[in-house]
Design a protein around this ligand. Structure first.
Ligand code: GLN
Length: 186
């Protein structure tokens, strides 16, 4: 059966995730409200943007609880930047991590580097007013650390990173998620 990925499209960089999936020949659907949510899909992407705005619209659209429930039940999920914030213990409470928002301060608001992710190799990482993980629970695997700060993590069905792989030409982080979590056995 063909893989179909839902992308939360309330705010932020959802269109760019769509384009990455298109390049990987994977079908995607945008989730804007509860009726979009009713169709079947195999995984969910929580994009970057503004986590406070996304939290508000998720609640206004009655999407908060359904999303929390399916992720807790094992739906494969990939959170980038604000999407990683949404997964932490202060927001959806799905991943056993605590994320510090806007963690790099104003001066380092945005930057790009090439850096290693375990299981993938060196990839371009675009940070935009990025968070990092300040607490990692016992079941969480750290996939990348930059200057002693955790910037990519995995726990069971969940992958999250501080940066924006969807804003580069490199599709390997999405491919890793699709191969090891969506289509693999986690
Ligand atoms: N600073 C944003 C937040 O706190 C995240 C930034 C991003 O997603 N690029 O939600």
């Amino acid at each position: 059966m063909k893989t179909k990925i839902a992308i939360l499209a309330l705010q932020g960089a959802f269109e760019e995730h769509c384009q990455v999936l298109e390049r990987l020949c994977v079908e995607s659907v945008l989730i804007r409200n509860l009726s979009d949510w009713q169709q079947p899909f195999d995984g969910l992407i929580l994009p970057g943007g503004e986590s406070t705005a996304m939290m508000k619209v998720m609640k206004d659209e009655s999407l908060f609880e359904p999303i929390q429930k399916v992720i807790r039940n094992g739906l494969p999920v990939f959170g980038t930047c604000a999407g990683m914030i949404l997964l932490d213990d202060q927001h959806l409470g799905c991943m056993d991590i605590t994320v510090k928002r806007n963690a790099y301060g104003r001066q380092l608001g945005s930057f790009q580097i090439f850096h290693n992710i375990k299981g993938i190799g060196e990839v371009p990482m675009v940070f935009i007013r990025a968070p990092y993980v300040e607490r990692v629970g016992g079941r969480v695997e750290i996939l990348s650390t930059l200057d002693n700060h955790v910037v990519a993590v995995r726990q069971d069905n969940m992958l999250a990173c501080s940066f924006h792989p969807e804003l580069t030409e490199d599709t390997r982080v999405h491919r890793y998620w699709l191969e090891t979590i969506v289509n693999g056995k986690h």
